[in-house]
Design a binder for this molecule. Structure first.
Ligand code: ZN
Length: 447
């Protein structure tokens, strides 16, 4: 074999049991060969001895909030994409709740321009669903959007999410084009009723404690909105991806729907909802863990972990959403919701999930579901985005390790046993041991 680069003496993260393996990359940044066991003899421009590190495909984070434009005091495409790269992530799909929100074709173009000059990894941008979206779908798709982000029944800061007829028209228009709708599903009415109850109980909005967050943004609110989104998708035949599923009830609904046949309904969860620490009752008062939907309870975590393991939950996103520490101050109804997580999601999840499951749910499956061509797998002919992850060395994550300017992580204090050592984009080393080489991402193609 002849190739520009050979990664030898690795262990394959994408294969159960992590057998020894290798990867060869040609001069165009495309995988020229791969396999288990020893690498074949050949003519290689450069040989990297992986020294037994796990070889991962580049992770594809289909749920990220990089805060630009408009919220760059929290983070930017430059800063958050570097934090993600250091976490083994080689592509992100950014959510539309920036300032201004991403709604029009011009908004998507503006974000692509920012990313082209500053993002350290590959990128794509979700437009938010509004009453106008169905009418501009073809123009949006020409910009390479992965899907449409719909906030169903959830407050979104004036995004004007479509209701009634307009919502049906959007589902129908997306169905005709095979374009996925990614939904944030929480029922506004249930949340408002719960909030009113706790405001009455504690006197003012400001005095409702953070521990009430999971009771206000309740499991029932998630279940009701997810049910509504599923019904719409089934009615119109729309590809639906349910973002950040957080409850056992939604898992049960998904199992029922999927058992009925191939319906094009898929789901995501995140490391926040799978974490064995975060669902403990005493942690519900921790503002760092305040996210929407709320982290629920142990029975929910168990159901979600089973669902990730057996593929009922199809993808793992990060929902990386940095806020400044001061913005996280307050109670259930006043502190900002959202947490930065991209930098440490991989080492944290390796504590409780097999690496081959992570590879599928966070690389192969996102690529497949969103129609990303030649990404997400260590396979001949695919783009050579990959990382090497050192294992077996326990270390504590601290806020000082955080690359995002927000300067904190919900995983601070956690001991993990793996560390992302180096990451390659299209066969070029983009990150190693805390240093970035400035490699420019090659760009995603949707099929
Ligand atoms: Zn989100």
């Amino acid at each position: 074999m002849q190739a520009a680069l050979l990664v030898a003496n690795a262990r394959r993260a994408d294969i159960g049991g992590n057998p020894a393996g290798w990867l060869a990359v040609d001069s165009d940044g495309v995988i020229a060969g791969e396999g288990t066991g020893n690498a074949p003899a050949g003519d290689y421009g450069e040989i990297i001895d992986a020294d037994g590190d796990l070889l991962f495909p580049g992770l594809i984070d289909t749920h990220a909030h990089y805060r630009e434009p408009g919220l760059t005091h929290k983070g930017s495409m430059a800063t958050e994409s570097r934090a993600a790269l250091a976490g083994g992530i080689t592509a992100f799909f950014d959510m539309p709740n920036t300032v201004p929100p991403t709604v029009t074709v011009a908004d998507v173009k503006a974000k692509k321009l920012i990313a082209a000059r500053s993002a350290a990894i590959n990128y794509a941008f979700f437009p938010a669903a509004t009453e106008q979206t169905a009418g501009i779908l073809d123009e949006l798709m020409a910009e390479g959007v992965p899907g449409i982000k719909l906030f169903i029944g959830a407050t979104t800061g004036g995004l004007g999410a479509p209701e009634g007829r307009a919502l049906g028209a959007l589902f129908a228009a997306c169905a005709r084009r095979g374009l996925p709708v990614m939904v944030h599903a929480e029922d506004n009415g249930i949340i408002a009723d719960n909030a009113e109850y706790y405001v009455n109980k504690y006197g003012t909005r400001a005095t409702v404690p953070t521990a009430c967050h999971a009771l206000i943004r309740s499991g029932a609110a998630c279940r009701a909105a997810t049910r509504r989104a599923v019904d719409l998708a089934l009615r119109y035949g729309t590809r639906l991806h349910i973002a950040h599923v957080s409850t056992a009830a939604e898992v049960a609904l998904l199992r029922t729907v999927k058992a009925a046949g191939d319906c094009g309904i898929t789901a995501e969860t995140t490391a926040m909802y799978l974490d064995p620490e975060f669902c403990k009752p005493e942690r519900h008062a921790d503002n760092r863990l305040k996210v929407n939907p709320a982290i629920k309870f142990e029975e929910d975590r168990k159901a979600l972990l089973d669902a990730v393991a057996d593929g009922t939950v199809d993808t793992l996103g990060t929902d990386h959403a940095p806020h400044l520490p001061a913005e996280k101050d307050g109670g259930a109804l006043t502190a900002a919701s959202g947490t930065p997580s991209a930098q440490f999601a991989l080492p944290v999840m390796l504590e409780y999930l097999p690496s081959d499951v992570i590879c599928d749910r966070m690389a192969a499956s996102p690529a497949r579901l969103f129609g990303l061509l030649r990404r997400g797998e260590l396979r001949e002919g695919y783009v050579a985005d990959f990382s090497l992850v050192e294992t077996g060395h326990p270390h504590r994550i601290t806020d000082e390790d955080v690359l995002s300017p927000c300067g904190w992580t919900p995983f601070a204090g956690r001991t993990v046993h793996s560390r992302v050592r180096a990451v390659w984009l299209s066969g070029r080393e983009a990150y190693r041991d805390g240093r970035f080489s400035g490699v420019v991402p090659s760009g995603l193609v949707f099929g």
